[in-house]
Design a protein around this ligand. Sequence first.
Ligand SMILES: CC(C)(COP(=O)(O)OP(=O)(O)OC[C@H]1O[C@@H](n2cnc3c(N)ncnc32)[C@H](O)[C@@H]1OP(=O)(O)O)[C@@H](O)C(=O)NCCC(=O)NCCS
Length: 244
Amino acid sequence: MKDLTDEIQVYLLPLNQFDDAIVNRSLQLLTDEEQGSAARIRHGETHRNFVMVRSLLRVLLARHFRGEPGTIQLAFSPKGKPRLAGTEPDQGLVFNVSHSGDYGLIAITYDTAMGVDVERWRSHSNPESIADRCFSAEELAYWKALPPEHQLQAFHALWSFKEAFAKATGEGISIGLESCAISLPTHPRLISIPERFGSPEDWWLNDIDAGDGYSAGICYRGDQRKLHYAEPRELVNYLFNLVI
Ligand SMILES: CC(C)(COP(=O)(O)OP(=O)(O)OC[C@H]1O[C@@H](n2cnc3c(N)ncnc32)[C@H](O)[C@@H]1OP(=O)(O)O)[C@@H](O)C(=O)NCCC(=O)NCCS
């Protein structure tokens, strides 16, 4: 595997290619606890997405460490951010995942805080009230001034970058999404963040193209890294070839 100290590998996973048979086979790669979590998810698409992203993450990590997917041990921060057991947060091999609709997203790198988010666009009945609560003053002013036909895309773009930042810090949405501000025109960047996370210039945002109807973003800390869009076929083939 390539040196991941100056690169981030990004896997965009089309999850709608997986039918129930492959989902059920992939379940076998998960721990008892993960299988229990999967069993509690009643919504079909959400169940599929959890199982497929967690099992593909296991396949990816196992390939990296030349081990078996089922033996990878994960640990979780108090707010739920997963990492490899036996590592400190943001140290060693670092990964983050997201799933929404037909897509899963997995990113891996080394030795930095990093988070990802993919969002399927949804038409909210009252987007203004969500924006009022979750957008910073700068974001709100920018978003409200957009022509109506651009607001849906911009709403989700802002949302996915804010969540990517919230996940990079490990706090998740408990950070208060309104506490960070993002500028979208030209290239996306953070313009203000809670003081405890340093300066906005310490963080990078990148758009990930997940196609029409989706917004996706990645946020990471430190020096700029190259984004490498990895071909997911090899990971997926592992699951298709599973004989259980
Ligand atoms: C993380 C969070 C932003 C996810 O938002 P979402 O858009 O619904 O879901 P996504 O698909 O983008 O991301 C889910 C993934 O984020 C990861 N994740 C969970 N908590 C995380 C956190 N605090 N930081 C970074 N990543 C996190 C998990 O891998 C999860 O996927 P999985 O459960 O399938 O493995 C949101 O659920 C959250 O903030 N959770 C924290 C809740 C909390 O504060 N709990 C305190 C303990 S009670």
